[in-house]
Design a protein around this ligand. Sequence first.
Ligand code: ACO
Length: 351
Amino acid sequence: MNQKKDGLDGVIAASTRLSRVDGEAGTLLLTGYAVEDLAPHATFEEVAYLFLHRHLSAARRAIPQATVELLRAAAARRAPPMDALLMATPTLRVEQPEDVIAAFPTIIGTYWRLLNNQTPVPVREDLSHAAHYLHQLSGEAPTPARTRALETYLNTVCDHGLNASTFTARVIASTHADVVAAITGALGALKGPLHGGAPGPALDMVFEIGTADRAEAVIRAKLDAGERLMGFGHRIYRVRDPRADVLAQAAERLYANGADRAVYELARSVERTALRLLHEHKPERRLDTNVEFYTALLLHGLGLSTELFTPTFAVGRVLGWCAHYLEQRRDGRLIRPQSEYIGPVGLQYVA
Ligand code: ACO
């Protein structure tokens, strides 16, 4: 019998040319390029081309009327935006995987406006993918600085080895189900707070702390109560998540341009206190800042509500899911691990 690995820790379950995560060195390569070289400079369209070898088509941004109707019904029930995205994705008309990438900003923007009693804005094909997302949400064409900040974020999170949602997408792809099924499954995995659901709670903690002098008491109380600090720790990285640095620099630029500077300073101070107390709390385990902490700060600086943080993560990560889908279909085999049975045996059934 093979050895069991809880959480498939350290198990290599796929080969990929898409991204390389080195948890000891704290490095991330995206299609061979260091994340810090690629993410802050490339357009999302360029990164998409590196991953898919296909062009994203702005002509595929519109969503079917049936999808809009579904979003309207979901808004009437005040469903969270992540649930609306999960429900809407299977209603898209998809010919190629990249059609889903093109449609995500429209789904989320349309839903957000419906939820806030605003009329959805028409799709614009003249804007870049990142600018189009911000336009769908606010109805205004964003400044180049805001577009750049979002684009850096989308590029930074577009792929990350065999994380939980990407693994889910690959498992579904391995059954030869269609790409929409794979992406819907991946969205479900992304939703959880141990994966893509962390940035909202990370920012909530910063707001709960409120002023730097309260950080120590609040964080200590959380750790004493056995809570995990959202935005810290990682399964693979044993050092600082390199994506945190890319996003910290992007946030710094954004906040220097007028966004709520006090929140930025407070978050930096909360981070320093959290790292010190986590080290005290678990000296044997290196717990460092992960991508979600600075995601929260950057997206807040862009004026996005916390409810939009995980859906916005999906706007970036859907690129990786599509690329992994294609890679799995091309090279992969049905993914089918085994379980160790630990239940009773030999029970006698009595009708
Ligand atoms: N705060 C406090 N304690 C922590 C934290 C944290 N953020 N992270 C890990 N620990 C503790 C655990 O409680 C555990 O202690 P125990 O051995 O006494 O139970 C120990 O450190 C080891 O933790 P594991 O659960 O083995 O770490 P794992 O690799 O499974 O978890 C994870 C990684 C889920 C990210 C974890 O660090 C965590 O819950 N962080 C907070 C949530 C978060 O930020 N998620 C986003 C991750 S990034 C992403 O998915 C895009």
